[in-house]
Each structure stands twice: as C-alpha cells, then as structure tokens.
Design a protein around this ligand. Sequence first.
Ligand SMILES: *Cc1c(COP(=O)(O)O)cnc(C)c1O
Length: 363
Amino acid sequence: MSKEFIPVARPLIGSAERGAVDAVLRSGMLAQGREVASFEQEFGRDLLDGRAAVAVNSGTSALHLGLLAAGVGPGDEVVVPSFTFAATANAVALTGATPVFADIRREAYGIDPAHVATLIGERTRGIMPVHLYGHPADMAGLGWLAEQHGLDLYEDAAQAHGASLHGQLVGTFGRFAAFSLYPTKNMTSGEGGMVATGDAELARTVQLLRNQGMATQYANEIVGFNARMTDVHAAIGRVQLADLPERTEARRANAQFFDTNLTGVGLPAVADGVVHVYHQYTITIPEGRDGFAAALREEYAIGAGVYYPTPVHRLPAFSRDAELPNTEWAKDRVLSLPVHPALDDEDRERIVNAVNALAGAGA
Ligand SMILES: *Cc1c(COP(=O)(O)O)cnc(C)c1O
C-alpha cells in the first residue's frame, strides 16, 4: 500500500492555466480588464442562469461589498449561522451592522429557519444562509420567512459553485450571493470572489465600490475600495470555470463511492431535490473525533479537516452568548475527508479502508 499523503484539498492547476496567465503577462495589461469582463460574463452564463456576476478580489469582499450595496449598515442586524467560516460574520460586522447567530439543523448543517424565526426583530434587515460544504441551505423555508417579515436573503455560496435545489442554482435565490475563488474551493482564480445578483442597481453599486467609487476615471461617485480582480486571476478563473462541470462530477462520484462503502460512521445527508457539489465530504464520528483524525493522518497518511472547530459566536472576535445546541453537536463530531477531483481509485480505496478500520476498532 502506498503511503503517499492524501491531502484534504488539492487545487488542480495545469498547462491551460499556465498558458492563460502567460498570455496576460505578455499582453502587459495586468489589472482589471478584458479577462475580468469575460470571466464575469461566462460565470453569469454558466453558474447563475444569466444573472449578473461582478468579480472582486476575494469571497470576503464579495460578501462585504454585496452587503454594503444592499444598504446594510449600522443599526441593522443580519442573521447568520454560527457554524461557518468567520468571513460570513466578519462581512456583516465590517458594514457596521450586527451579526446575530442562529443554530443549524443536524441534517446537512444548514441554518435552521425555525430558529432564525425566533431571532427576527425590529432591526433585522436580512438573513445570510451559508450553503455549507456544497449543500444548499433550506431556501424554501428561509424564503417564506423572509417574505413574511419583509427581509432580504443574502447567500454565502463560497463553497457551492454549481449546487442546486429543485433545479434552481445557488446564487440565484438571494438579493445577492457571494462566491469564493480561493484555491481550496471547488474552483479558483488564486484569490478572488464573485458577487451574483439579479438587481442591476446593486450590481452597479458593487462595481463602484470595488473601484474607489468610480465608473468613469476620476469621477468618483461614492466612497469605495480597491477590491478589483486582476486579469491574471481572471485568466485562471476562466479555465477553472470551463473545467468545473467535470470536476464537480468527479467530486460527486467520489462521494457516491464513500456513501456506498463507508461503514460505522455518520454519512452526509442530502435533502430532497438537492444537487450537492461536495466542497467537503463530511462524516460524523460520535465520539473521539480528534483521535480519529489524528490516527487517519499518522497511521494512514490521510488528511482530514474539521470545519469548523469553534462556532463563530464563541470566537474571541465575537464572544456572544447564544445557546446553539446543534452547532455544538456538529462541531464536536464533523470530519471532512478528501473528496477532491485529484483522488484516484487507489486513494479512494485507501480512504475507505482506513476509515472503516478505525471505525471498526472504535477509535
Ligand atoms: C472561503 C469562505 C469565505 C471567504 O472567501 P475568501 O475568498 O477566502 O475571502 C466565506 N464564507 C465561507 C463559508 C467560506 O468557506
């Protein structure tokens, strides 16, 4: 048995990306330009059912600028899950608004609309679900709630490029959605993000905010950032976007192999009508998760990740009191196995054999 280490994530960069970057470098036009415009157009066409995409320099900027463009600011509250990456709540806090932390459901780890309902008050402006691990949140339940209370939905789709719910792509439900293009995500531009929206005014405001508030050079309309994507990054992203369908299929095939062959651990649930894109394949270990992960790494040379070990509301940056029992349940049990498209048949066998052996040993 080969003992080459299998990492939990591995970006796939090939000669097509290198060629595309080289062409941009040779052109001498490096900053936001034609490559970015083409990338936006293709991203909207392929992943957003024709909605507008506005490219920025990170997923965090996509969340932050999207919220600002939606008018979120001081005095507002936005309900977010605590079981997520801190960027979700950081983006809300950076607008001057207050993130309010909701619990998740144990199945598929999405924000729980029933708990969200108990947190809605006078100041609530919107709800920001996260399509965690590549599984869409319960957009029907949240949509109903948003409509009842006159709230906006903002989607954190950082982990869910191409996922869908009853045939509707994530990124097309909310007032806006934010995608990340970080190297470990389902597709990458190096660093980068996309704001997706069906609201032309919001799209224009994000375009202004990313570029010092300018649509025309030196005619600054509002106060803005430099959050532009470069043509170098867009060139990588365009190649990755073209390869995404094949890579998503590889992730789904790996997940199906695990679903069929893993024993003795909790398997990821998939809700009705969901196309899961498996940013992570996340099992649950009822007891001794950390020892299990250490044994996978040390005895079997298999990387596995805990996303995320500390609920965001308890991080020093937020330090909020909240009773979120399903969040606490999940953070002690989740373990994400390598599911990325760089796995070969031997890797998948090794992962199954190792997990089944450790689960059988009661590790
Ligand atoms: C990665 C991620 C982000 C932030 O994206 P960056 O591109 O790293 O800034 C936000 N939310 C979630 C859920 C993420 O996984």
